[in-house]
Design a binder for this molecule. Structure first.
Ligand code: NAP
Length: 243
C-alpha cells in the first residue's frame, strides 16, 4: 500500500535520516510503499537524499520550498495532492536555531526563528490537517526538542519557539482525537547534525546520531492505526549536554 509522506527539512540532519529510514523500511515491511515528498530550501541536498532513498526502491519527489513563505506551503500541499491524491503523514521537522546569550539576540534572529519554527510549522499543519480529518486517518509528527520543556541559557529564542510548538500540539490533539489522526511530539536532546556547526570531538562523543531519532519515528508510524505514540523523549545516555 502506498503511504504519502511529507518530510520538511529533509535535506540534512534528522530529516535526511527520517527519509532514509522510511525508504529502508520499504525493503523489510510487506505492503509498505512509501512515497516520500522531500522538502527544504536547498535543491542539491534534496537531490542527494532522493537518490539515496531511490536505491531502496522508494518513490521520491522533491519540492524546493521555504516553509516561512505561505506560497511555498501552498505549493507543498497542492503539488502533493495533485500528484498523489492525499497525504498520510506529515513530518514537521524543518527548524532553525540561533544560539546566543540573551542580550546578543537581534530582531532578525527573532523573525528568522519564529518564521520557520512557529509560522511555517503552524500553517503547513493547518493546510494538511483537514485532508487527514476528512478521511479520518493520518499521522503528524513534530520534531520539537528537549528545549521545548527545559530551559538552557543560550537558547532563549529557540526555546520560546519550541515551547510554542508544544502549545500548538496540545491544541491540535483536541481536534485530532475525534478524527483518528495520530499526533506524535518528538523531543530529542543533542543530535550531531549540521545545525550545530563545528563540534569538538569530545562533545561529538556524547551526542546522539540522526538515525537514533529516525528509527523510533518510523517504528511509531508503522504501528497499527489503533495505537498512537503521543511523545518520544530521546536523550543521550549521559543526559543533556547544554547548560
Ligand atoms: N540537532 C539537534 O540537536 C536537535 C535536537 C532537538 C531538536 N532538533 C530539531 O530537529 C529538527 C531538525 O534539526 P537538525 O538538527 O536536523 O537541523 P539541520 O541539520 O540544520 O537541518 C535542518 C533542515 O531543515 C531545513 N530548513 C530549515 N529552515 C527551513 C525552512 N524555512 N523551510 C524549509 N526547510 C528548512 C534545512 O534545509 P535548508 O536550510 O536547505 O532549507 C535542513 O534540511 C529541527 O526542528 C530542530 O529544532 C534538533
Amino acid at each position: 500500500m502506498k503511504h504519502i509522506i511529507i518530510i520538511t527539512g529533509a535535506g540534512k540532519g534528522i530529516g535526511r535520516a527520517i527519509a532514509l529510514h522510511f525508504a529502508k523500511a520499504s525493503t523489510t515491511q510487506s505492503d509498505f510503499e512509501p512515497v516520500l515528498i522531500l522538502t527544504s530550501r536547498t535543491i542539491s541536498d534534496l537531490e542527494a537524499v532522493a537518490a539515496e532513498c531511490r536505491t531502496s526502491g522508494a518513490t521520491v519527489e522533491i519540492i524546493v520550498a521555504d516553509i516561512a513563505k505561505m506560497a511555498d506551503i501552498e505549493q507543498i500541499v497542492n503539488t502533493t495532492v495533485e500528484r498523489y491524491g492525499t497525504i498520510d503523514c506529515l513530518i514537521n521537522n524543518a527548524g532553525v536555531g540561533r544560539f546566543k546569550p540573551l542580550t546578543e539576540l537581534t530582531e532578525d534572529d527573532y523573525e528568522y526563528t519564529m518564521a520557520t519554527n512557529l509560522k511555517g510549522t503552524f500553517f503547513l499543519t493547518q493546510r494538511v490537517f483537514p485532508i487527514m480529518e476528512n478521511k479520518r486517518s493520518g499521522h503528524i509528527f513534530f520534531i520539537t526538542s528537549i528545549a521545548a520543556e527545559t530551559a538552557f541559557k543560550s537558547s532563549s529564542l529557540y526555546s520560546m519557539s519550541k515551547f510554542g510548538q508544544n502549545g500548538f500540539i496540545a491544541s491540535l490533539r483536541l481536534y485530532a482525537k475525534s478524527c483518528n489522526v495520530r499526533i506524535t511530539n518528538v523531543m530529542p536532546g543533542a543530535v550531531l547534525t549540521p545545525m550545530w556547526g563545528e563540534v569538538p570531538e569530545a562533545m561529538q562523543a556524547v551526542m546522539m546520531m540522526p538515525e537514533d531519532i529516525a528509527i523510533p519515528i518510523v517504528n511509531a508510524y508503522l504501528l497499527p492505526q489503533r495505537t498512537s505514540v503521543e511523545e518520544l523523549v530521546i536523550r543521550p545516555i549521559g543526559g543533556d549536554i547544554n547548560d
